[in-house]
Design a protein around this ligand. Sequence first.
Ligand SMILES: [Zn+2]
Length: 238
Amino acid sequence: MIGLRSLAKRIAHLVIRLLFRPAILSSLPRSAGAAVCLTFDDGPHRQNTERILRILEKEDVRATFFVKGKACELYPDLVRAVVAQGHEVANHGYSHLAPNEATLAEYVADVERGQRVLEAVVGHRVPRLFRPPYGRINVGTFLALWRRGYSFILWSTDSRDSYITEPDDVVANVLECPVGPGSIVLLHEDYDWTVEALPAVIAMIRSMDLRFATLASVRSFPVDVEVEFDAEEEERCA
Ligand SMILES: [Zn+2]
């Protein structure tokens, strides 16, 4: 027979799991099976977005693009081209801030601005999927954005393409991470070597009997999140 204390503990665990379950993902849910999610950060990019789209189209792969609000304003047509090709677009902040580069209120406002710009450019609501720049989260940014309905999307497989210049090294890093069922692969739009490596990365993942998926295709995320802003609380955050 379960004692009251142990029952209360179980209920508390269940509540915490339900509350935070969708909040931080570094891999796909188990139900996604052999799916892998390719993610491209920091776009849209003047030259590379279209190059990446051509490769993905040829390979019949759908991917997830974490875009910067500021770049969306510069290249709205590229964002719309990404969506038109069936890919997922999500929020990477408006000006790519790290938590220590701003007050909490400024940081949250920047993420919200990124979401607003993205939705204005694509012309509809998009799930509140946020990839924190540099993968950096602290308790304050987590709680403030979680309360506003954001899920934090990190990664399990880092191509480390920001630190290398050879396409072969991008492929090797993805393989070594390793990549497998449920992996979320981190790539960037900025680099020629990432674009050049992409066909080989896709071929390697396919050779492992894995398939490609976007985040929202393997898990449902709320789209219509209405959050009331509390001016006093904003003041305290600052
Ligand atoms: Zn970034």
